[in-house]
Design a protein around this ligand. Sequence first.
Ligand SMILES: Cc1ncc(COP(=O)(O)O)c(C=O)c1O
Length: 450
Amino acid sequence: MELRVGWEELGRIDRGRIIHPSTPLRNHQEAGPLVFTRGKGIWLTAADGREYIDGLSCLWNVNIGHGRAEVAEAVFAQMRELEFVPVFFGMSHPPVIQLAETLAALGEQKRPRVYFTTTGSEAVETAIKLARYHWRLLGRPGKHKILFRTHAYHGVTLGALSANGIPAYRDPYGPLAPGFVQLPAPHCYRCELGLTYSGCGIACATALEETIRREGRDSVAAFIAEPVQGTGGVIVPPPEYFPMVQRICREHEVLFIADEIITGFGRTGRMFAVDHWGVEPDIMTIAKGVTSGYLPLGAACLTEAVYAPFEAADVTLLHGFTYNGHPAACVAALKNLEILVQERLVDNAAAMGAYLQERLRELAERPYVGQIRGLGLLAAVELVADKASRRPFEPSQKVGDRVRDAARGHGLLCRAIGDSIALAPPLVITRAEVDLVISALDRALREVLG
Ligand SMILES: Cc1ncc(COP(=O)(O)O)c(C=O)c1O
């Protein structure tokens, strides 16, 4: 059914009908939706014809950029041939088999067992459930607790949300699931332990060991972490952090789940962000960049060792989502990954990421720029009221939101996380386009903060 009405009428219907996430309701009633109709590369075109740079790759996911017709054509061909069969009851189809093989190869066969989902939240739910089941199958059902960190974001379903370290996402929905324990984040600029890097001895990592000892290693199933915390504010850990985490997890028989849902598929300048530190998680969750958003798909990828007890016990896994390994989504993922590899977009992300970070550092001297942080094409600029003391602005001033809105006015879409302005443009970005991002952000900052 096609809606044959003008843009104004569409906006009115949107306001009356659609429940938008992460959208202040009253604002939306007044401003109405920003309706987009086309995309190409890093650019999005709005209904009024205005062009915007997609400075966050929509939701940190459109890695290959918008408008790649090859993906659409591959999906079209698949849907004409076979639109759907499930992967339940031993059924399968070529795209899901090919994608499992491709993912295992991209992960250098370290996590060759793949459980497909539709969303990232489902991938995290799956990782948590399979971690618990793994220990149960090994005769250790007491190992059920999941350790997570402050500022963590792993999705919105109740299990994934119970591992969320951002109060605003959690608080309205309690009670959350029991058995989740919070640890400090590796956030050196705002260390919750009140310490200073590197004299701290990476106390946020040793806190993991202390927590496992305190809770009892026989009660802990897994530790879950984003390699770079995204929604929490683009928090990059110090280089020692993940190697320490891996050693502690192995010593105490705790599974290490790396949530690469934002950071996977080139975002940080490596295929997976854990490759920066040479660590090898037991379970990796992926979504977003695996299809670049052309269709939804996620997965939990397991090492042979994590999977082995399931095979040994001849398990019938009663944990399935109808659309696990949907054929059209698998084809979109395959074409997306082909583009990512053939066009060497991971290398481009490393080169353009370095250039973006270099250009952002030009802003560092300004009195209101507290910290520039990031890795590859994942970056944030934290704005502060007082640079020396790192004192934040009063929340009522809504500085981050105002800068984001001003950037929109200058044709740049970015995200305000409190007063941190997050950037994560598509991996196809060029040097000249990075310059455009910087100049729009610069104008927005001057407009709001002088
Ligand atoms: C690190 C991380 N994990 C999990 C999720 C949840 O993914 P989805 O929104 O596809 O459920 C997100 C989404 O932003 C994420 O950033």
